[in-house]
Design a protein around this ligand. Structure first.
Ligand code: PLP
Length: 399
């Protein structure tokens, strides 16, 4: 993919940026759309009767419609703007979970969940959390899901793609299992939506959460998509301006979906930026984005396999993995490794990647992680491997 020129931060910068799973860089198109909005289109939305506000509202709602089309939603009203995946998951745990589940019910998660799809569920009192295992090749073990789901399972909430292992989960199969007991399927799409074509009409999810900043858009905005009937049924998460219909001193009624979930002034400029990011990705084509990811991941795995001291944690099968590659080098602590890589012009993430229970499950304290986006290149992978060789030499690890 020849797109590096579209990303100002990458032009003239010789850093190999391999931390896109944490947050991606932004193309000129996104920067420009936000800049233009701030310079000439900005006003609060859904409030003013004056023209500038009406135009800002149109632009904000147009961004919602773009996101809806991008994920195949049947109506823009199914797209709720939130602060990000974390807020979307907290909203679901509180309003679809705590509000509706009773003691003795259970929620099925997996051992590879990001803390955003774990800690909010821990807030639920009296609800049992169950954790699906992984196969030997780091895929989601569907047999384990099937064993855990029973008549008291109300929710199955699982990542669409692990930010640590790269594992892509078979949401349709999860749906099949959850459907037997009428459980709701929630997909943490923070890594899935930026990297694979997603169509909510056949994904198999009831709710899907994702963040703009991981898909070339700005920070401060994300999405909660939900099936219309469920969004109607779910109570608001926050109260305040914008989300109401009638307000009295003691009681209020709610605005229609999606507005009942968007209390207060929303992230207006960020929504415009997300709309531009969606336009950019649509222009590339999500099939092409996925193809690029598969090729680059395949190449990276091949190159890393030439270093016997490197252990990769994640599926070997490219069909079920994306471009987040966690690894260790001998017994070098990943933090030391990332410092050495940084000194060699390579930026990777090191740590538990907000998935501490997964680290325990793998029996390691941390990993280093290289992760890709549309602008990532084979040359950057080569530089990663060169940097690892430098580190191996420094720590006297035989190659
Ligand atoms: N879920 C996964 C799989 C992630 O990778 C992340 C971020 O790293 C999140 C959830 C949380 O996203 P955010 O920090 O944008 O709310």
């Amino acid at each position: 993919m020849d797109v590096r020129k579209d990303f100002p931060i990458l032009a003239g910068n010789d850093l190999a940026f391999l931390d896109s799973a944490a947050s991606s860089q932004k193309p000129e198109m996104v920067i420009e759309a936000m800049d233009t909005m701030l310079r000439s289109g900005y006003a609060n939305v859904h409030r003013g009767a004056y023209r500038l506000s009406a135009e800002a509202t149109d632009a904000y709602e147009a961004a919602r419609a773009k996101v809806a089309r991008f994920i195949g939603a049947t109506s823009p009203a199914e797209v709720i703007f939130t602060r990000g995946t974390t807020t979307s998951m907290n909203m679901l745990a509180a309003k679809w979970g705590a509000d509706r589940l009773v003691a003795g019910d259970n929620v099925v998660l997996s051992v590879m969940e990001h803390h955003a799809n774990l800690v909010p569920w821990q807030f639920l009192k009296g609800i049992e959390l169950r954790f699906a295992r992984l196969t030997d090749d780091f895929a989601l073990d569907l047999e384990s899901v099937a064993e855990l789901v029973d008549e008291r399972t109300r929710i199955v909430s699982i990542t669409g793609m692990s930010n640590v292992l790269g594992t892509i989960t078979p949401v349709d199969r999860i749906r099949e299992i959850a459907g037997r007991v009428g459980a709701t399927v929630i997909v943490d799409g923070a890594q899935l939506v930026p990297h694979l074509p997603v169509d909510v009409t056949d994904l198999g999810a009831d709710f899907l959460a994702f963040s703009a900043h991981k898909m070339l858009g700005p920070t401060g905005i994300g999405v909660l998509w939900g099936r219309p009937a469920l969004l109607e049924e779910m109570e608001p998460f926050e109260g305040g301006g914008e989300m109401i219909d009638e307000v009295g001193l003691y009681e209020s009624t709610w605005a229609p979906v999606p507005h009942k979930f968007e209390a207060g002034t929303p992230p207006i400029v960020e929504a415009i930026g997300l709309g531009a990011a969606v336009d950019y990705l649509t222009g590339l084509g999500m099939d092409a984005v996925r193809k690029h990811d598969v090729e680059l991941t395949g190449y990276a795995l091949e190159r890393l396999a030439t270093m016997p001291a490197v252990t990769v944690y994640g599926p070997t099968d490219l069909e079920i993995r994306g471009g987040a590659i966690s690894f260790t080098l001998g017994d070098v602590h990943p933090h030391d490794l990332s410092t050495i890589l940084d000194e060699n012009g390579v930026a990777v993430r090191a740590g538990h990647h907000c998935a501490r229970p997964l680290m325990d499950h793998l029996g390691i304290p941390a990993t280093a992680r290289a992760s890709f986006s549309v602008y990532s290149s084979g040359d950057e992978v080569d530089r990663l491997v060169d940097g690892l060789k430098v580190a191996a030499k420094l720590f006297d690890i035989r190659q």
